[in-house]
Design a protein around this ligand. Structure first.
Ligand code: OGA
Ligand code: NM2
Ligand code: ZN
Ligand code: ZN
Length: 563
């Protein structure tokens, strides 16, 4: 259980010893989370306690951690609440699924799945849906070319969301079209129906027939483009996140209007929604003075999402079905010749919350420990290994967190040191990918200076665990703890750390105390993590010669676990 401690403060409870920064829970939040039979109906799990009746100033009279690591709080009226360790862990921000950002490099490893397998095997369905969640889209091949099959695909995970276009709609050239979709024109990258309230969270497109010439689809990751804009032009990003855009669709039976910004962020600044739709765009809302800044920022952003380096291209074949996150992934299509072949897609919409729910239910049924980490399947492992190599290949030139070398140099130096030390192959692979988590979170590079711990070891460990065994994933997950261990076990160790590394050590919780140090040493893979940590610390030499990334490719593919 580690060394978890809880104490009451003026406004609530502070719990230390969980991963990362101390967890602070306000008194009324903790009180409302009581799940005893008096506070929550044991059958439905729904609240019996009305949160409006909780004293906003309430604090427990005492708190303790019990033998199972649960927090027990006693309240002024004598009520006792118990909060399981898993519940506490879930409040600490680790394990939240983060989008895996992508660009044109994804072309070689498009998330492609088999319809029959997804229908027959819950684990295959899980992998397909997890790709939609993490990448913002996935393709299902081999869907029967029958009318309304697209609705059945949505019902694999949730319910169809009916719109003014019907339960499903046919995308083909129509006489007297009410939407440019129903012509043979090119459609630049967009998200659908921003004029609708609510905007459909997911879009499905099923190819029944494809034209010989043209009609290819392009996809771009709106989140990746937004992050790039934030890095390259912060003012433009802020304008797009602030200024609402008006959208409108009208025909004989509808007059739909709404206003929403191009980019939406959550409270900690992570991009959560992107809307782009030139067809129904009616302009920024607000003072004229802001309009020019808006148009400049918008042009810049559209340049990023239409950059060929940002897009993948897919020519759907009959039987292919594309599922997209309509609040993230922009889709476009090339013009096609109306007369040649007969391009015919069928589409429908569904709710993103339904897909996320299905993933959790499947995780429950499949016995996956955490709803947000899937189990591997053979092909996916190779693809995922290639994808991880691709991340290093294309993003490796980013600078390594305040050190005078690039991410790729750092990775190669660490892997090389492991190899020279005669480390087993999985540990060499772990050394190569130990910092891959830095590419998976969307915090700025200087987040440590801003006092934020990116938890890259958790993100990296989780992503590696999908593709490799624990001999790769665990040393990576533990390589920050290994630093805390070494800082405690070998006081002179602080002397080998770089300035950036000492800064992050403080954010990561500082050196372990005696109890935590002993507990860490006893963990499986702790030795490997400590070895990895030493190679990591040494892998910061500007200009050091190492083998290239291709040298490690066969090892990476051989280590990706099959089955
Ligand atoms: C649309 C659309 C895609 C296609 O109708 O909005 O994006 O491939 N269509 O025709
Ligand atoms: N339909 C018409 O944003 C849009 O207008 C896209 C696409 C449903 C194929 C609508
Ligand atoms: Zn209770
Ligand atoms: Zn569309």
């Amino acid at each position: 259980m580690g060394n978890v401690r809880a104490r009451v403060t003026g406004d609530g409870v502070v719990i230390e010893g969980l991963r990362g920064a101390p967890l602070v829970l306000a008194g009324p939040s903790l009180r409302s989370a009581c799940s005893c039979a008096a506070c929550r109906d044991p059958g439905s799990g729904q609240n019996l306690l009305d949160p409006a009746l909780i004293d906003p100033a309430i604090v427990p009279t005492s708190v303790a951690i019990d033998v199972d690591g649960a927090l027990v709080a006693v309240w002024p009226d004598g009520h006792e609440s118990r909060h399981a360790r898993a519940w506490l862990d879930a409040r600490t921000e680790s394990g939240v699924p983060r989008p895996l950002l992508w660009d044109a490099m994804l072309q070689d490893t498009l998330p492609h799945h088999d319809h029959d397998a997804a229908r027959a095997d819950p684990a295959a369905l899980y992998r397909f849906l997890a790709d939609v969640r993490d990448r913002g889209f996935a393709i299902l091949g081999g869907v029967p070319c029958r009318d309304a099959e697209v609705e059945r695909a949505a019902e694999l995970f949730w319910y169809v969301r009916e719109t003014n276009y019907g339960r499903h709609f046919d995308v083909l050239v129509k006489p007297d079209p009410n939407n440019l979709a129903y012509t043979a024109r090119a459609l630049p990258g967009h998200t659908d129906n921003p004029y609708a309230e609510p905007v459909p969270g997911l879009q499905l497109l099923h190819c029944l027939a494809q034209s010989d010439e043209g009609g290819d689809n392009t996809l771009a990751d709106g989140f990746a483009a937004a992050e790039r804009l934030r890095r390259e032009d912060r003012a433009a990003f802020d304008v797009l996140a602030r200024v609402p855009v008006a959208y409108r669709f009208s025909d004989a039976g509808a007059d739909l209007r709404s206003e929403r910004p191009v980019i939406q962020c959550d409270r900690v600044g992570r991009v959560t929604v992107v809307h782009v739709n030139d067809r129904s765009f009616r302009g920024p809302v607000g003072p004229a003075a802001e309009a020019r800044a808006f148009y400049a920022a918008y042009r810049r952003f559209i340049g990023l999402v239409r950059d060929p380096a940002a897009m993948v291209r897919i020519k759907l074949a009959p039987g292919d079905l594309l599922v997209m996150d309509n609040r993230r992934t922009l889709h476009g299509r090339a013009a096609y010749e109306a007369g040649r072949g007969l391009r015919h897609l069928q589409g429908c919409y569904a709710d993103a919350g339904g897909l996320a729910s299905k993933l959790r239910v499947l995780a429950r049924e499949l016995g996956y420990g955490h709803a947000d980490t899937g189990l591997p399947g053979a092909d996916r492992e190779r693809d995922a290994a290639e994808h991880l190599l691709g991340i290093l290949a294309r993003r490796g030139d980013e600078s390594y967190l305040g050190e005078p070398i690039s991410q790729l140099e750092h990775a190669l130096q660490a892997a090389h040191a492991a190899e020279l030390a005669g480390a087993p192959m999985p540990l060499v692979v772990a050394a190569l990918f130990h910092d891959v988590g830095h590419f998976l979170h969307d915090l700025p590079e200087d987040c440590a200076e801003q006092g934020l711990d990116s938890r890259h070891e958790d993100a990296g460990g989780a992503v590696l665990a999908r593709t490799f065994g624990p001999e790769v994933a665990e040393p990576v997950r533990l390589h920050v703890d290994a630093k805390r261990y070494l800082a405690s076990a070998e006081p002179w160790y602080l002397g080998v750390l770089s300035e950036a590394s000492i800064l992050s050590l403080r954010l990561q919780g500082g050196p372990f105390d005696d109890v935590a140090r002993a507990a860490f040493k006893a963990r499986p893979h702790a030795e490997a993590a400590i070895a990895l940590r030493r190679w990591d610390d040494a892998a910061k030499v500007p200009g050091a010669a190492t083998p290239g990334l291709n040298h490690y490719r066969p090892m990476v593919l051989a280590t990706a676990r099959a089955g």
